[in-house]
Write a protein that binds this ligand. Structure first.
Ligand SMILES: [Ca+2]
Length: 226
């Protein structure tokens, strides 16, 4: 058996050597003709979703919507704070001194007042509290409460449209068409609640409606404090 195995190994070695000699004797062939282009491939499968983009810029405001329906009636509010107690006659005197406000001023300008700014009534008929400022034409509330304002405008030369302002908001408009040659009168008056620092003034906004004449008056006073 051992002799047969050795014989087979020698035969395999001979075959391997013969093959190696055959490969060593091969020569390089000529370059082949280029092949024809292949057919287009099939479409690939769809790719995955991309990442989220950056947020876009704010758009323009849309048109004003329709007026909504009236809401339901709200719940009653909470009780207010207790009123200030007056414990002594001196307290009552002190309150009386601090909680009052009244003025009457009269126009003393030449010609007509500037438009689009408070009319400055420069002559103080009664203005001890100085809550009305004759240099600015503006009343500033120092005692919150309910007030009454009234005005009597002498109209001369042309008509008048005057506006009573409360914190930059018109709360009353008075108009009078001038009848030559007399002096006409335009009047107005209102009750209004003011908070601390609220402002009130009279104003004319158009040159052709600025017939406010010297002698016109503006009055305001506190009816009762908060
Ligand atoms: Ca008139």
């Amino acid at each position: 058996m051992a002799i047969l195995s050795v014989f087979l190994l020698l035969q395999l070695a001979f075959i391997w050597q013969s093959t190696a000699q055959t490969q060593n004797t091969c020569t390089k062939g000529e370059t082949g003709i280029p092949g024809t282009p292949g057919h287009p491939g099939y479409n690939g499968v769809p790719g995955r979703d991309g990442r989220d983009g950056h947020p876009g810029a704010d758009g323009k405001p849309g048109p004003k919507g329709d007026k909504g329906e009236m809401g339901i009636k709200g719940e009653p509010g909470l009780p207010g704070p207790p009123s200030v107690s007056v414990s002594s006659p001196s307290d009552a005197m002190e309150m009386k001194k601090t909680q009052h406000s009244a003025f009457t001023v009269r126009a003393n300008f030449q010609g007509t007042p500037p438009v689009n700014s408070p009319i400055r009534f420069g002559y103080e008929v009664y203005n001890p509290d100085k809550h009305y400022n004759p240099y600015t034409g503006i009343f500033v509330c120092r005692v919150p409460g309910v007030y009454y304002f009234t005005y009597h405008i002498l109209v001369s030369g042309k008509g008048v449209t005057s506006y009573l302002y409360h914190n930059n908001r018109v709360i009353m408009t008075t108009r009078d068409t001038y009848s030559s040659p007399d002096v006409d009168t335009a009047c107005g008056g209102t009750i209004i609640h003011l908070l601390l620092g609220d402002t009130v003034w009279l104003q004319v906004n158009r040159e052709e409606e600025d017939g406010v004449f010297n002698g016109s008056t503006f009055t305001g006073f506190l009816l009762y404090p908060d």
